[in-house]
Design a protein around this ligand. Structure first.
Ligand code: KG4
Ligand code: ZN
Length: 357
């Protein structure tokens, strides 16, 4: 089954053609990052206008790169939410129009389900062994999801305030770095001493799978302000050490909670998804802990990991951040479970069934 996927939930205009949920024939991503760098973040009106300009060329390029025409497409899938409404409306309008004109079924997909299914792209459909625990961490979302099987999602924890990606973006701004903050912090952290500062990590008790980053964000704000008033300009060394220590705090909590959930739910696999899953320190930390069979609990005690899940992450870094291939992939597995007749809709934005869990 060949699916044309369309994604415009935030600041990436993307279209992709994916075969059977895993084979990526094309994945065209137009990033608006340079546009939003001027304002240090996404201004919804600006993002929506850019989607209007790019959506048709991006879809045309995706079809051309995949070497397919309308008759080769079986289904049109589009992100219906969550996201910025003014951005979503561009993708859903384009998808609805194409589906109507081409006479193809239209499927609305949840953006987070898309991020999760980025893990299957360019891999075998059965490469993830269930049950599986997924960490999703992006600019807008931060969750732990338990999957018993394909397209079967149970929310086991979520952020009580900010998402990890948002914390990366805010702290990067405090340190005088550009947007998006995640890659900028990761780059600066390379040269930094990750053990220099012990920033707060919110665990909120054992077997608590919720997240909270607002305390860390405030601590960073106060710490960086104090440095400013003591020493004026931030030194390169301070910025690097701060970035490395902050990254260590965020990745520490993310990896500990993922592994603690894996233990509790007897997961055979753990996977990561969303923009923050592009972070190499997060990946290396999970691998280190799995190798040594431990994670830390809320009192910073080492806990032996009794179950030893396999760790997987998206095959390509470009699958971690927003892209349309992940939407087409998720749509395939959703259709497999529910049946095309049941999931095809006429009005994706007006669909009251916008739920993942
Ligand atoms: O999934 P995504 O593209 O968009 C949302 O759905 O939000 O995620 C974007 C987020 C941004 O907050 C960005 O700073 C973060 O992912 N991010 C990273 C890295 N690359 C992107 N965070 C940490 N390390 C990275 N390498
Ligand atoms: Zn996203």
């Amino acid at each position: 089954m060949r699916i044309l996927g369309i994604e415009t939930s935030c600041d990436e205009t993307s279209a992709a053609v994916v075969e059977d949920g895993v084979r990526v024939l094309s994945n065209v991503i137009f990033s608006q990052v340079p546009l939003h760098q001027k304002t240090g973040g996404v201004v919804p009106e600006v993002a929506a206008r850019e989607h209007v300009v790019k959506i048709i060329p991006v879809i045309e390029e995706a079809m051309e790169k995949a070497g397919v025409g309308p008759k080769d497409i079986d289904v049109v899938a589009v992100t219906q939410g969550p996201g910025l409404l003014s951005s979503l409306v561009i993708g859903t309008t384009a998808a609805s129009t194409l589906a109507a004109v081409w006479g193809k079924p239209l499927v609305g997909m949840n953006h987070i389900a898309g991020h999760i299914y980025a893990n299957w792209l360019q891999r075998k459909a059965d490469h993830v062994e269930f049950p599986c625990v997924v960490l999703t961490a992006s600019g807008g979302h931060n969750e732990l999801v338990f999957m018993k099987g394909h397209d079967n999602f149970e929310l086991i924890g979520e952020t009580l305030d900010d998402a990890a990606g948002e914390a990366f973006d805010k702290v990067a701004r405090l340190l005088g770095m550009g947007y998006p903050g995640g890659p900028a912090i990761a780059r600066a952290a390379h040269a930094g001493n990750k053990l220099r500062y012990a920033f707060p990590k919110a665990y909120m008790g054992d077997e608590n799978f919720d997240f909270s980053f607002s305390g860390l964000k405030t601590a960073m704000l106060n710490f960086i302000r104090a440095e400013h008033s003591e020493n004026g300009e931030l030194s390169e060394e301070f910025v690097a050490d701060c970035a490395a220590s902050f990254q260590e705090a965020v990745c520490g909590v993310l990896s500990d909670k993922l592994l603690s959930a894996a233990q509790k739910f007897h997961a055979k696999t753990v996977i990561i998804s969303g923009g923050v899953s592009a972070n190499l320190r997060l990946r290396s930390m999970i691998i280190e802990k799995l190798k040594a069979d431990y994670f830390f609990d809320h009192k910073a005690r080492k806990v032996a990991l009794e179950v030893k899940p396999k760790f997987d992450s998206p095959a390509d870094i470009s699958f971690c951040t927003d892209n349309a291939a992940m939407i087409a992939g998720a749509a395939f597995f959703h259709i497999q479970r529910v049946g095309l007749k049941k999931v095809a809709v006429k009005n994706v934005l007006g669909d009251p069934n916008l739920r993942l869990y």
